[in-house]
Write a protein that binds this ligand. Structure first.
Ligand SMILES: C[S@@+](CC[C@H](N)C(=O)[O-])C[C@H]1O[C@@H](n2cnc3c(N)ncnc32)[C@H](O)[C@@H]1O
Length: 390
């Protein structure tokens, strides 16, 4: 069984082979062992349950998780696992996938000596990587959850990285350390907090996972200009948990899906995968269909599944049953919204635009709000939500 160095070498080979790891970040990845930042209890997904893996019970399994090119769940249910035996229902903190961390650090375009603000310290691993290359004095990191922050601060201290580590609401940025050359959010947002723009130097960059209730998520790189606006395109495909205040409501099949027998029935020939499984399509659909969460329920091994569209605020829901090989799919809808009809209309709108790829969308953030646009800020998203100021 490979030790830490063997596992790290395998991970490095994978990251370097895939091209995700920019050469200037390779030294930091080698120098900062991920396992020093992961708590001794982590969780793995098992169906819809989150099952703990404890270092003392199974050190090899724990270490495998630390050096897999995958995200590691490091907190569930805001630190109070709801199930018996530490089992959890909802992921509330994680160490991001190493290839995603590498991709984001490359997209951050940071140079040694630049001042960087990280939102979402999580385990502290990313802050340590930033400190290793840019200098610890140049790194400020903010974490909202006190338990998570305490663990990260201890790990950063023990590993010798004297970054400015703050426990607080990262949506406010961290004014005492401003201005920054770079802001990197490791939690997703629907609306970019304006404090991040105000705290970034003109010419500086804000890198943030941008999501909707329907779609999770797209990496956006914004450039801040001297007039107090930040603007930029989608530059990558990443999935992140939302900033805590922007979590919205959780969709729950048990709570939100009721009165199935009374649902309106129809059929559609639009394949659910063409909407939900297609990155460019689902990003665009999420821009139009607000307050709509997606839950996929698998039925056995035969590739049968049901896609549930749920508006947990109004209680409207829709379902679409996928049967392999079928040309049409049964739709049920209940509540004052016809969620599948909305999704189908948004999909038609997207194909009518020529099925633009995610990278053609962009955002402009000002003190007044946020504008979504296609290709250029002169082509703002209108219709459905005219002006799209959020
Ligand atoms: C994906 S994890 C971050 C991973 C982290 N960068 C690492 O290296 O392990 C997202 C983190 O954002 C934190 N978070 C959520 N909302 C926040 C907020 N408003 N301010 C600061 N942190 C927040 C969560 O508690 C969670 O720990």
């Amino acid at each position: 069984m490979a030790g830490v160095s063997g596992r790290l070498a395998e991970l490095m080979a994978e990251l370097e082979g895939s091209g995700d790891l920019a050469p200037e970040w390779a030294g930091a990845f080698k120098a900062v062992p991920r396992h020093l930042f992961l708590p001794s209890t982590v969780w793995i997904e098992d169906g819809d349950r989150l099952v703990p893996v404890q270092r003392e019970d199974d050190p090899e399994a724990w270490l495998d998780l630390c050096y897999a090119n995958d995200f590691v769940i490091t907190q569930v249910d805001d630190g109070e696992p709801v199930g018996p035996g530490l089992m959890g229902a909802e992921i509330t903190s994680s160490s991001s996938r190493p290839d995603v961390v590498a991709l984001m650090l490359a997209a951050l375009d940071a140079e040694p000596g630049m001042d960087v603000l990280e939102i979402g310290t999580g385990t502290g691993w990313n802050a340590a990587l930033l400190a290793e290359r840019l200098g610890a004095a140049n790194v400020t990191t903010v974490e909202l959850d006190p338990q998570v922050a305490e663990h990260a601060h201890g790990a950063l201290r023990e590993a010798g990285y004297k970054v400015v580590a703050v426990t607080g609401d990262g949506a406010l940025g961290y004014a005492p350390g401003a201005p920054y050359d770079r802001v990197i959010a490791t939690a997703g947002v629907q609306r970019v907090p304006y404090a991040w723009v105000e705290q970034t130097r003109p010419g500086g960059r804000i890198l943030v996972p941008w999501l909707t209730d329907f779609h999770n998520g797209a990496l956006v790189a914004l450039t801040v200009s001297g007039d107090g606006t930040a603007t930029g395109h989608v530059v990558g495909n990443v999935a992140f948990m939302p900033l805590r205040a922007q979590r919205g409501r959780r969709a729950s099949l048990a709570r939100d899906v009721r009165a199935v027998a009374q649902a309106r029935r129809s059929v559609t020939d639009l394949h659910p995968y063409g909407v939900m499984g297609e990155y460019d399509a689902s990003l665009a659909v999420g821009l139009k269909v607000r307050r709509c969460k997606l839950v996929v329920e698998h039925h056995g091994e035969e590739g049968e599944y049901t896609v549930w569209l749920i508006d947990p605020w109004s209680g409207s829901w829709a379902s679409l049953r996928h049967v392999p090989g079928a040309a049409c799919f049964e739709v049920r809808q209940l509540g004052f919204r016809n969620l599948w009809d909305e999704v189908e209309a948004a999909h038609r709108w997207w194909t009518g635009l020529g099925s633009p790829a995610a990278a053609r969308w962009g955002l402009t953030v000002t003190g007044e709000g946020q504008q979504v646009w296609l290709d250029t800020p002169e082509n703002p998203l209108t219709g459905g939500r005219p002006g799209e100021r959020q």
